[in-house]
Write a protein that binds this ligand. Structure first.
Ligand code: AMP
Length: 408
């Protein structure tokens, strides 16, 4: 199947072709025709599957009809973080280049004045984080009654960040006769409830989870101690095949500390964490995208959904506390058909976290028993029982159970 089979306009097909994409991904194949038909959609998919284009593309064609009015955005996309909101905006620029749609980005850390003047002119697409949107709404600066299309992206992350009450309020301000698209990597009960409450006979779509089925990612666990981690990461980063790496830490203080250590080791490193000014985060991300630095030390929230093509390695300097974060972190590599390597450091204290990750992904991650630095360029094949195993595409009760157990 090609993009031209999905019912998109010629102008949009041209923009897609300009982007270099010729084959729609599974989520795009399943979502785009239904969105164009005006259906509500619940999509269980995570970043790396091409999900952004699966809503941005049909939205552009839908919004091409009709005109915007002052203070009344015609569509609203909710994103959990500024970075994700920005990436969606970049997607609109990329795919909407042959359309004349107006867009506003409503995110914290950016001057309110520019955002307000865009809104006052009237926008076709408003991309917002819930906090900033609620703020403006409370001040009467925005009307949501003309918003006929709503996208709730990364709903499970919104839940983790405590945004669900805000989203419920926002949903109740939108017209009842609207189209709603909800994207989430998992479907925990509060998200299910949100969907039941605010969606109209939604079509469910599920695409394979990266952690369980993305065989492009070779995963290793390196057993170590807290004391040895910094030496270990330095030696891994010096391997030739480490072209670009994102290193995840669980705490902002560790992000800073590790970035300093690596800088002192003269490695081309940058950092991104939630305490940084928005402009600094953007600058750091741009340096990474442009190749000025090839190593980025990151915290989960700041790195969520980073669209950095071709990251060769993900290193979990700290084992993530939440198993879903593991899935999201390693999804930064092995994207769009490329191969990638994910290396996770496990100290004895991480035993339970690691067990929860393996439970969620239903696979045993191979333990690296040789020289850890060599894990960066694995030459040996892990034992058969340790290799990533089954394919899972079905909506499974197990996954929900795992997710629930995590919250207990
Ligand atoms: P997403 O899941 O939206 O974060 O997208 C993951 C990556 O896949 C992004 O870098 C997209 O630009 C890229 N992408 C989206 N659609 C396609 C496609 N049809 N073919 C190849 N790459 C794609």
């Amino acid at each position: 199947m090609s993009f031209s089979d999905l019912g998109l306009s010629d102008a949009l097909l041209r923009a897609v072709a300009d982007s270099g994409y010729d084959t729609p991904t599974p989520i795009q194949r399943q979502a785009i025709p239904s969105v164009l038909m005006g259906k509500d959609i619940i999509a269980i998919a995570q970043t790396g599957t091409g999900k952004t284009a699966s809503f941005v593309l049909p939205m552009i064609d839908i919004l091409a009809e009709g005109r915007s009015r002052a203070l009344m955005p015609r569509s609203l996309i909710l994103e959990p973080t500024r970075e994700l909101a920005q990436q969606v905006a970049e997607n609109f620029d990329k795919y909407g280049k042959y359309h004349k749609l107006s867009m506003a980005l409503l995110i914290g850390g950016v001057s309110m004045g520019d955002q307000l003047s865009a809104l006052e002119k009237g926008v076709d697409v408003l991309i917002a984080t819930p906090g900033r949107l609620m703020d403006l709404f409370a001040r009467g600066k925005i009307l949501l009654s003309g918003c006929a299309m709503l996208v709730i992206d990364e709903a499970d992350r919104m839940l983790d960040m405590g945004f669900i009450p805000d989203i419920e309020t926002i949903c109740s301000k939108l017209p009842k006769s609207r189209q709603t698209l909800l994207f989430s990597a998992t479907m925990p009960p509060p998200i299910k409830k949100l969907a039941d409450q605010f969606m109209e006979s939604p079509k469910s779509i599920e695409v394979a989870r990266a952690a369980s089925t993305n065989t492009n990612i070779t995963q290793w666990v390196v057993e170590t101690t807290s004391r040895d981690k910094k030496d270990l990461v330095r030696s891994i980063l010096r391997q030739d095949d480490v072209k670009t790496a994102i290193i995840f830490c669980n705490k902002k203080t560790m992000v800073r500390d590790l970035a300093d250590v690596l800088k002192r080791a003269r490695l081309p490193v940058g950092q991104i964490h939630g305490d940084m000014e928005q402009s600094d985060r953007i600058r750091e991300l741009d340096r990474f995208k442009q190749g000025d630095i090839t190593i980025l030390v990151a915290s989960d929230v700041a790195a969520r959904g980073l669209d950095v093509p071709g990251v060769s390695h993900v290193i979990n300097f700290d084992m993530p506390w939440h198993p879903d974060d593991y899935v999201h972190r390693i999804g930064r590599t092995g994207r769009a058909g490329r191969t990638g390597i994910a290396i996770s450091f496990a100290t004895p204290e991480d035993a339970e976290n690691l067990a929860n990750i393996e439970k969620l992904t239903r696979q045993k991650i191979a333990r690296w028993t040789g020289d850890a630095a060599v894990a960066a360029a694995p030459v040996a094949t892990p034992a058969a029982d340790a290799a990533p195993t089954e394919e899972r595409g079905e909506r499974g009760g197990d996954r929900r159970r795992s997710r629930t157990s995590r919250r207990e």
